[in-house]
Design a protein around this ligand. Sequence first.
Ligand SMILES: NC(=O)c1ccc[n+]([C@@H]2O[C@H](COP(=O)([O-])OP(=O)(O)OC[C@H]3O[C@@H](n4cnc5c(N)ncnc54)[C@H](OP(=O)(O)O)[C@@H]3O)[C@@H](O)[C@H]2O)c1
Length: 372
Amino acid sequence: MADQLIAALGGYGAVGSTAVRRLAEQGCTHIRVGGRNPARGLALRSEIPNLEVSYVDIDNPVSLKEFCSGADLVLNCAGPSYRILDAVARAASAAGAHYVDVAGDVPARRALGTTTFTDRAAVFSAGLMPGLTGLLPRLVATAGDRVEIHVGGAVRVTPASAADILLANGPDFGESLAAWRGGTVIPRALTPLRRVELPGFPEPVDAMPFLPTESTRLAAELDLAELRFYTVYASEAIPSALAMAWADDPEFQADHVKPLIRAATSDLRGRDPYYSLTAHVLTDTGQPSSVALHTADPYQLSGVVAALTAVAALSGKIRPGVHFADEVLDPRSTADALRHDPLVQALTIHAATGSSADHIAHHEINNGNRCG
Ligand SMILES: NC(=O)c1ccc[n+]([C@@H]2O[C@H](COP(=O)([O-])OP(=O)(O)OC[C@H]3O[C@@H](n4cnc5c(N)ncnc54)[C@H](OP(=O)(O)O)[C@@H]3O)[C@@H](O)[C@H]2O)c1
């Protein structure tokens, strides 16, 4: 497998550069990175010998075809993802490669359909959110449970991510104020929480109810009794910027990229960056089962998840077809790999004795995920 070629589009961006570093660390010796500014890729070559650097523009089908040519796996870390949709996946399919996308999510998967990747794997949403937000709760939640998830903090927002956040408005992405209860999505079930103290967050925060489509799928699959999901903000700056953007004509969304980046930057004044993902199984008695992940950089951590997904696909651990990452990654071995990653400040799992989560909480597991 060490000889297999991984073509990483956007491989020198915030997410992509970490994915490429981790792939190299895991023994992948043949990596091609590309984008419209190869000089940025060349900077990575000082860290990663033998890195191949190419020019590629997703909007230029000839350069995209050339970039994917000969690849065993195409890793897409370029954005904005909701503009790229299935363009890179289709080029990967035509090249006979596996495909991993750090985002894409429902719009890209729907655009791709089911007629491609019949003998290869394509995996969307291989990042933190979505991605780990659908995967880590599986360590502690089982049928009939009531689960509450909190995710967010105070971190930078990159230009590609800002564009995606602004485009992520509508039923493909989720529903504000909704919760999953009794087998269905209940609209307007929850209200925003202002200046609340939440376990795992270092200061009082604002928590906005938003039920992502990923969580609806998770709740249905696990047959949960209830799932509440809150996006967490250090201040009102980002929710206010988003409210302004979404009240505007969709044609002018691009004008709101800079204000959104500025809002995130303002949250970082006087604070160190922090980002947490917590999932609690609610109980009326005793200590609830829970999982909590803490990092200072969700972008880089998304690159770690993308790299783990790529290695799993190349190792034949992901069956052919089109998937979301949380459906096909193994929660235990992924958690164990994350726990050993320096970008994870802490990953704690508390679970009732004898449960699946209790096993990972108390045993060292060798996940065996290597590229060679
Ligand atoms: N699932 C998750 O949790 C998660 C977390 C963070 C980010 N994301 C997603 O990951 C994607 C990347 O985010 P990021 O923060 O890494 O962004 P970034 O730092 O701005 O990097 C974007 C990369 O895409 C490349 N790119 C953009 N347009 C291109 C084009 N037309 N042709 C070729 N390359 C192109 C850029 O290179 P050039 O501009 O030089 O071409 C750059 O390398 C975004 O879609 C974001 O929404 C997902």
